[in-house]
Design a protein around this ligand. Structure first.
Ligand SMILES: [Mg+2]
Length: 141
């Protein structure tokens, strides 16, 4: 299964409270659970096919032993809609805290194995923990 990852608000808190710019609870286990999947960036920090900025940001939030898990995440290229960066010929899960209406539109033509999960760390600070437990550990590669 291909996996697509947003960063801000999905893996790193972006709200203006005390958790701002902190890693989401369970981030390390989330990344470890992704090891059996082909994983891509789908973030404004990597929209031109260059993963360096996304890597630099994420490495500030995970221990050094997980840096290889960051380095293996593949870049995407997109312009207006993140859905442009998705390979629609494969099954996938896209994780993002802010999926726009025009991006949801694209899912009208999706298969049952092409899905977007809207992460909400503000309301559910343990959302990545729940996703890892309930979804990733039950998803075939
Ligand atoms: Mg975001």
């Amino acid at each position: 299964m291909n996996m697509y990852l947003d960063i801000d608000g999905t893996m790193i808190h972006e709200d203006h409270w005390e958790t701002e710019n902190q890693a989401a609870a369970g981030l390390a286990d989330f990344l470890i659970a992704l090891r059996s999947h082909t994983t891509f960036w789908l973030t404004t920090h990597c929209r031109d096919g260059n993963p360096e900025r996304a890597r630099t940001i994420m490495k500030q939030h995970v221990p050094p032993e997980l840096h290889p898990d960051i380095d293996r995440i593949l870049p995407t290229t997109w312009d207006v809609a993140k859905t442009e960066g998705i390979d629609w010929s494969h099954d996938f899960i896209w994780f993002d805290n802010d999926i726009r209406g025009h991006e949801w539109e694209r899912f009208k033509a999706a298969t049952a194995h092409q899905q977007a999960i809207e992460v909400n760390l503000k309301q559910y600070p343990n959302h990545l923990i729940e996703i890892t437990r309930d979804l990733l550990l039950n998803t075939k590669r």
